[in-house]
Design a protein around this ligand. Structure first.
Ligand SMILES: Cc1ncc(COP(=O)(O)O)c(C=O)c1O
Length: 400
């Protein structure tokens, strides 16, 4: 799981490097509550852009070390362009979005052939689980308290799964609202959770023909498959001028229309999941579902242009069709409320990826299921211990 053992020699070198490069590490406490970020850093952040490769952007959560990014060649051009600006090296592996096995193979090759490489595999890294449990989870908790009216109930969360990290926010919310539900989403074109299926799809960032090691399957209540055609329709509707005109004619406030580009393809899938969940459980105005926008349209301009080439200019008729089919017309098809054994069936899939291929221990796989409470429950308390180490580290660099 998360190993807090310190290698003193390595620590000395890392402190030295952090000092040289002016790297201060944010604590979980500060990420949960930005008010706690030191004034000096807040001042510096004002002068640093969101996408600048500056260590102070760690406080906005980004990268600041030599890195190799590995991703399938079929991902969007913008994603490659952006990664080339932040990663030292970018390796494209064969296939599309859902070809993650090829990434794992490349990672093993690097681990075996290069001594200078440390692999952070988001699919098995419990720091990913912990971060979303603490930070995304707290943000949702705060968001609910802000929007909830008297009598409202927190019904649940809908998150598509890529690495399974975001789903940890659902674990956090379920502790606060034990009756609430966690839905995991995937593309209908790659229905691994729903049907043990496979396939290529267009919802970048999710659904990889396996179950991530850090997905707490036993705590997951529902699988919702999203037709990638609905996600693609939504991003056209929400970003093309004719789509905006149509939405305006339907009474969507201009201010909200201006914010729609904040929703990328998988974010649209998350919203579609929320609508399907609401229809399935026949929810009313007092039930609140939360989801997240995993990324914005910044990465997908080329996808809009590709659709324009394929289907022609986007008209208000197209917008009306998409609005009625991919929002109002969404139904309760391709989704499943999970029984105990449905969950176990999904959990069992982990065996093939993680035990057979990725050298994980069978004992730990069983602990995830049979000792679920203590296994998953032991992770969140580590945040405070990690924060202590971060504070010590920051004081060793003397930068604060
Ligand atoms: C665009 C996008 N959407 C969704 C996801 C899925 O989130 P998670 O990895 O937390 O399951 C990712 C993450 O990798 C992503 O990059």
């Amino acid at each position: 799981m998360i190993d807090l053992t310190m290698n003193e020699e390595q620590l000395k070198r890392t402190v030295e490097r952090a000092r040289e490069r002016n790297i201060i590490i944010p604590t979980f406490e500060q990420m949960k509550d930005p008010e706690k970020i030191p004034a000096k850093i807040k001042e510096r952040l004002k002068k640093v852009g969101l996408w600048d490769v500056d260590p102070v952007n760690l406080f906005r959560i980004t990268l600041a070390c030599e890195s190799i990014a590995i991703l399938p060649e079929g991902m969007s051009r913008e994603r490659f362009d952006w990664l080339r600006t932040v990663a030292g090296e970018v390796i494209a592996t064969p296939g599309s979005e859902s070809n993650v096995k090829e990434i794992f193979d490349k990672t093993w090759e690097l681990k075996r052939t290069r001594t200078d490489v440390v692999a952070f595999n988001q699919f098995e890294e419990f720091g990913n689980y912990l971060w979303h449990h603490e930070v995304t989870g707290s943000a949702i908790e705060e968001g609910f308290r802000l929007v909830a009216r008297p009598g409202d109930e927190f019904f649940g969360v809908t998150f598509t799964s890529g690495s399974g990290g975001t789903l940890a926010a659902g674990d956090h919310m379920k502790k606060l609202f034990p009756k609430s539900k966690i839905a995991v989403g995937e593309a209908l074109q790659c229905p691994t959770l729903l049907q043990n299926g496979f396939g290529a799809h267009r919802i970048e960032g999710i659904g990889d023909k396996h179950v991530p090691w850090i997905h707490n399957v036993k705590n997951t209540d529902m699988v919702i498959d999203v037709d990638d055609a609905d996600s693609m329709a939504l991003i056209r509707l929400c970003n093309e001028p004719a789509g905006h005109a149509f939405l305006k004619s339907r009474g969507v406030p201009v201010e909200l229309i201006g914010k729609l580009p904040l929703m990328g393809i998988s974010s649209a899938a998350n919203v579609i999941m929320a609508i399907k969940m609401a229809k399935y459980y026949e929810l009313t105005g007092k039930d609140v579902i939360f989801t997240v926008f995993t990324d914005s349209m910044e990465m997908y301009g080329s996808r809009l242009r590709e659709m324009e080439e394929e289907y022609g200019d986007y008209s208000e008729v197209d917008a009306a069709v998409d609005f009625n089919r991919s929002i109002l017309g969404l139904g309760t098809d391709w989704m499943k409320e999970l029984t105990y054994y449905d969950r176990k069936t999904i959990h069992n899939l982990k065996y093939y990826t993680w035990i057979e291929q990725q050298e994980r221990e069978l004992e730990e796989l069983n602990a995830q299921w049979y000792d679920a409470d203590s296994y998953w429950g032991s992770i969140p308390p580590l945040a405070a211990r990690i924060d202590e180490k971060i504070r010590t580290f920051n004081s060793m660099t003397g930068l604060l």
